[in-house]
Ligand binder design. Sequence first.
Ligand code: ZN
Length: 456
Amino acid sequence: MGKNTRRRRLAAGTLLTLALTTLTGAAVANNGDRSSSLERAIEGGKARNVILLIGDGMGDSEITIARNYTVGASGRLALDELPLTGQMTTYSVREDAPSKPDYTPESASTGTAWSTGVKTSDGRISTSPGSDEDLTTILELAERRGMATGNVSTAELTDATPAAPMSHVRLRGCQGPQNMSSCPQDRKSAGGPGSIAEQSVDKGVDVLLGGGKARYDQLVDGGPDAGKTVIESAVRQGYEVVTDRAQLLAAPSGKKLLGLFNAGNMSMEWTGLPAAKPASGPQRCLENGRPSNEPSLDEMTAKALELLASGKKSRRKGFFLQVESASIDKRDHASQPCEQIGETVNFDRAVRVALDFAAKNRDTLVVVTADHAHTSQIVEVNATVAGFGSLLTTDEGEVMQVSYGTGATPTSQGHTGSQVRVAAQGPQAANVVGLIDQTDLFRIMRRAIGAHEKDD
Ligand SMILES: [Zn+2]
């Protein structure tokens, strides 16, 4: 081999390394040896702040579908950048026999698991299976320690995932004071703590952003605010209330903030054809779903971080923030691949905002995970599936078939029961590695904020 040939080869090799580095980050630059960067990522000790980001129903299929469509099969999303990754079991338990597993959980039982460290039965919000006792949540522990708290979702704020850390009711449907038929003992008029909406403002969560305004327009049915709407009760308790994107972006610090941007769930970022039989498409998704008066999830996340980090409480004690992209799950149920991908992309942008914050505030534990797995699958382009399919032309110009096959109709797809990814960085992050259970996540966050078992 002559010198010139060798030089050309080196140049080609360097170019290849550069190209791969651009695609997949530092790992390839070190020939894939990440030992030293992983060693640096293993930090014990206490976190000043905890940011928990949940893609509802975001199993490995949902992540891979969104990655393939947007950045390509060899690309990487923001949520792929967290250095320490494990898997998490998510099963729930039976109401009639709490020692027995229920293999296909939903967001209330799983929300209770990560919020309280206790497995409960499907539908319960931070109450114990069978015995209906209130279980202390990570948000409550953070409040007791003087930390600021925030809760953000693209669903109704009273939906199961955001409800779990900030309320206790018998069933997830008890969202507003006029929705209490399944939880009569929890009504304020019966001496209980009230609906999820009432509990969210009575708890004094510093930043509450999401949909579900119709629940907060209902009338409180007991206590000092009887006859007022939940929004009026929030104002009396010191909340600033905003209802559109411009008001959110302009909201000043120094006051608790309640942002309600839709009567129900917030709008989808993307739209497209639902899966069908035979398969719909090939289609390109339309990225035009969200009206301009509703903020995106990353805008809500950025504002929540700005307000929490600048507040008096947080300057002394740090904060706990939960951020949920809710409609990955909801559009999976409805066999809507474009809407599902759009909400996963939306989630990934919120993850980017959290990672940017953590880059400047290194004593922040960031956890990115899902609450349970879901139905969508990547199948062969020519496969005739038993369920419903859609052919999508990805950004890299290839066709991907996504199928939905866990329900009889396109609008009745069900959850699946497999383990989900849990990824983290910052203090205590190493504890997500390997296979953990969803209840372990509570204990990891509790350790991170310096709370202990006796505080529960
Ligand atoms: Zn669901």
